[in-house]
Design a protein around this ligand. Structure first.
Ligand SMILES: Nc1nc2c(ncn2[C@@H]2O[C@H](COP(=O)(O)OP(=O)(O)O)[C@@H](O)[C@H]2O)c(=O)[nH]1
Ligand SMILES: [Mg+2]
Length: 419
């Protein structure tokens, strides 16, 4: 894991990388770990200038080569944007696969996209990225394979064929995406598989989402959970103190300085939040950018509301979790959490009981009782209510079926939108 670091221009050069660089490195390590890479070496390399051939300076390239050899490294992650040339030169110099920041994030999104729209959006971003990677190797490949032309048009080189195929695939994906967007909301497959309230964890990478996920679910994993665990390791059943069962869902973390071409893909991976009954916003209160991170998360959720993916009531479903309280001296040291927030340490377990109680309370209070009248011919919507809600009463008349149903706010919104 290599972090080329450009010092913000200010003051005399400090001899050591500052705290911002350390925080960036910690994030990059968190990202790499989230796709199962075992990290054996990390280094921060201050950039004096960006060399077009390798980004890093000669001495830095050599230092990394040495580390790669010492540890038998298979993949080097460079936490910066590399041009295709730089990427290839570094692979040659180091003798291992090299991926840059965008490549790493695409891997993560690829693993985590859960909805059809998310998967399409990620594939699209991936192809756009690949297409730029093809450009530079053109002359090389053309010399090698050009002129045969039995795969493409006459005289079409391999690289042109590849670019054409990628271009065609991109066009096809865009069409498919549009189609999926049009029918969005009619079928939220991920949600319909789980007949329990969903609690979605959102927040920045390294805020402690996965640690909290494990702390809340780890203790009492039941045999039935194995099914969920193998199908999708980021969704698991939890039982709250009242006995109520809910599904806890870990989402892709927010990433600082997200490359712009990945913004759409990231949003798409967040779509499952729309189906959540509770949005658990996990914050690292000890992080130097904690307040800005909070604002970022809320801004993206607001934008999802503007885009029609989140219903306007989402704010009432947020519980803010002030995590890593231990780093600030524990719960007693940080005092009362503001309304709607719970201070915890996912690591030490402090505050978790209060959080469980808050979840229970919110789910109970959130249930809404609805009187619905539907034509008897509307079997699909009647069945939907039975599946998603708790039917408390029913009377069948000739022209109408009247149901009294208890629904979560999210399901109620879905029902009213025509689910
Ligand atoms: N001190 C402290 N560290 C924590 C706490 N929760 C998580 N961490 C650490 O923060 C890092 C990132 O945690 P992780 O759960 O992977 O974050 P995620 O990216 O949001 O899933 C890990 O090294 C955790 O051990 C906490 O409450 N206190
Ligand atoms: Mg995580």
């Amino acid at each position: 894991m290599i972090l080329p670091y450009e010092k913000p221009a200010r003051g005399p050069e400090a001899p050591r990388p500052d705290r911002a660089a350390e925080a960036k490195l910690a994030e990059a390590i968190g990202l790499a770990a989230s796709i199962g890479l075992a990290i054996v070496h990390t280094a921060i390399h201050p950039l004096r200038q960006r060399r077009p051939s390798t980004l890093l300076g000669e001495g830095q390239v050599e230092a990394v080569r040495q580390a790669v050899a010492d540890h038998g490294v298979q993949v080097a992650v460079v936490d910066a944007a590399l041009s295709p040339v730089q990427q290839r030169n570094l692979e040659k110099a180091w003798g291992c696969k090299v991926i840059d920041r965008t490549g790493l994030i695409l891997e993560i999104f690829g693993e985590r996209a859960r909805t059809r729209e998310g998967a399409l959006q990620v594939e699209l971003a991936h192809l756009e990225y690949q297409r730029t990677r093809l450009v530079r190797s053109w002359t090389h490949l053309e010399r090698q394979r050009g002129g045969f032309g039995f795969l493409g048009g006459p005289g079409e080189s391999q690289i042109e064929i590849d670019r054409r195929l990628i271009g065609e695939r991109i066009v096809k994906l865009r069409k498919e995406l549009e189609q999926v967007r049009r029918t969005r909301g009619l079928h939220r497959k991920a949600r319909e598989r789980v007949p329990y309230p969903v609690i979605a964890l959102v927040g920045y990478t390294n805020a402690g989402k996965s640690t909290l996920f494990n702390a809340l679910t780890g203790a009492g994993v039941h045999a039935e959970d194995q099914l969920f665990a193998t199908l999708d390791p980021t969704m698991r059943r939890i039982r709250l103190p009242s006995g109520r069962v809910a599904i806890l869902s870990d989402t892709v973390g927010f990433i600082s300085d997200l490359p712009t071409q990945l913004v759409e893909a990231f949003r798409a991976t967040l779509e499952e939040v729309a189906a959540a009954d509770i949005i658990l916003h996990v914050r690292d209160v000890a992080h130097p950018d904690s307040a800005a991170q909070r604002a970022d998360v809320l801004k993206v959720l607001s934008e999802m509301e503007e885009g029609g993916t989140l219903d306007p009531a989402w704010r009432t479903r947020v519980i803010e979790v002030l995590n890593k309280a231990d780093l600030l001296g524990g719960l007693s040291a940080i005092g009362d959490a503001p309304p709607g927030a719970v201070a915890i340490s996912a690591l030490t377990g402090e505050g978790l009981d209060a959080l469980r109680a808050a979840l229970d309370e919110r789910l109970a209070a959130g249930m809404e009782t609805l009187d619905v009248s539907l034509p008897p011919s509307d079997g699909a919507r009647i069945a939907w209510l039975y599946e998603h809600g708790e039917v408390l009463g029913r009377s069948d008349a000739e022209d109408a079926v009247r149901l009294t149903v208890r629904l979560s706010p999210a399901d109620r919104a879905r029902f009213e939108q025509g689910a």
